[in-house]
Design a protein around this ligand. Structure first.
Ligand SMILES: C[S@@+](CC[C@H](N)C(=O)[O-])C[C@H]1O[C@@H](n2cnc3c(N)ncnc32)[C@H](O)[C@@H]1O
Length: 303
């Protein structure tokens, strides 16, 4: 396996990268010349490339048959690197040393670009290093693209506190509905801790769960039950996450469902803005809103 061989995702990977890539392009076209320092921060950067297995097709009247193939396509780091006008600085973080080695090779291949590669847990790196008084003259887009529930609430809070960063966050909705099981008795201490770490409050238990109504016993009487069950379905959980994000970000757009049509929904791609100024939120609403709406009309035909 090559150092940058990184196979993950499916159709939802293509779509999330398409949406984020379009935003990066719109952002740089609009802000170039208005700020001295425009950065891209990829906190779960991967290797810069991704390996995609393309299935063979039989062909039809219009298209010739194609054999199965393994293709290397651009990952988020390369997509950001290729944006023109160019970002002034790119910061790539990844916990996997092999992925960082592949990112180092990408950096070596682009000696004229300012690229920083940080090997470690993105939560520790962001919480430890993001506080900085230079944010007044710097703006950034950050992509949070974890495999699962790795992003801590404190990390989001630290990003929001910069008031300078727009964030695309691939939220692991399936992680949330699996950990926050229907019946609270199935949510053990370790699940409780990871939910609280991801949502930033232990109030989720009171807000998402309610007592199970008494059941009829064999003699027709009502027998109280000890337990509580989650009221929110998948859409309700997504709405809950949005409300949580709105407690720290001045603007959170309607999330994009991934996969877009096939059930179950596994992720919600959130776009949130940390700069509360009207100019920043208006611009982000215009670009983010347009990109999300175009994505919906081309990918979410029927829900
Ligand atoms: C879904 S992949 C990212 C793919 C990338 N955005 C792309 O388009 O190529 C998730 C990455 O997060 C890294 N990772 C997992 N846990 C991490 C953590 N706590 N901090 C930083 N990186 C982490 C993995 O090594 C993996 O490279």
């Amino acid at each position: 396996m090559a150092a940058d061989d990184h196979e993950f995702g499916g159709q939802h990977t293509e779509i999330k990268l398409e949406l984020v890539g379009k935003y990066l392009q719109a952002y740089m076209s609009a802000l170039r010349g208005k700020f001295d320092n425009l950065w891209y921060i990829d906190a779960f950067a991967g290797t810069g490339s991704r390996t995609v297995r393309v299935e063979a097709s039989d062909g039809d009247l219009f298209d010739a048959p194609t054999p199965a193939a393994v293709e290397s396509r651009r990952g988020s780091a390369r997509i950001a690197l290729d944006i023109k006008p160019a970002f002034d600085r790119l910061v790539f973080m990844d916990a996997d040393p092999a992925h960082c080695a592949a990112l180092e090779a990408l950096k070596e291949a682009n000696p004229h670009r300012e690229i920083s590669i940080l090997n470690g847990d993105a939560n520790r790196l962001i919480q430890g290093e993001i506080k900085w008084n230079g944010w007044k003259r710097t703006r950034a887009v950050m992509f949070l693209d974890p495999y699962g529930m790795e992003v801590e609430w404190e990390t989001l809070r630290a990003i929001a506190a910069t008031r300078a960063i727009d964030v695309w966050y691939l939220f692991p909705l399936s992680g949330l509905y699996r950990q926050a099981a229907r019946n609270i008795t199935a949510v053990d201490e370790s699940k409780r801790r990871s939910l609280t770490r991801m949502l930033g409050t232990d109030e989720w238990e009171r807000e998402l769960y309610s007592p199970i109504p008494p059941v009829n016993d064999l003699l027709g009487g009502l027998e109280p039950t000890e337990s509580r069950q989650r009221n929110a379905d998948v859409a309700g959980l997504e709405q809950y996450v949005r409300q949580r994000l709105e407690t720290i970000f001045p603007l959170v757009m309607d999330p994009f469902p991934l996969p877009p049509i096939r059930k179950p929904q596994r992720f919600s791609l959130f776009f949130a803005v940390s700069n509360p100024s009207t100019a920043a939120t208006d611009l982000a609403k215009r670009f983010g809103g347009h990109i999300l709406a175009t994505g919906r009309s081309s990918h979410v035909r029927s829900r």
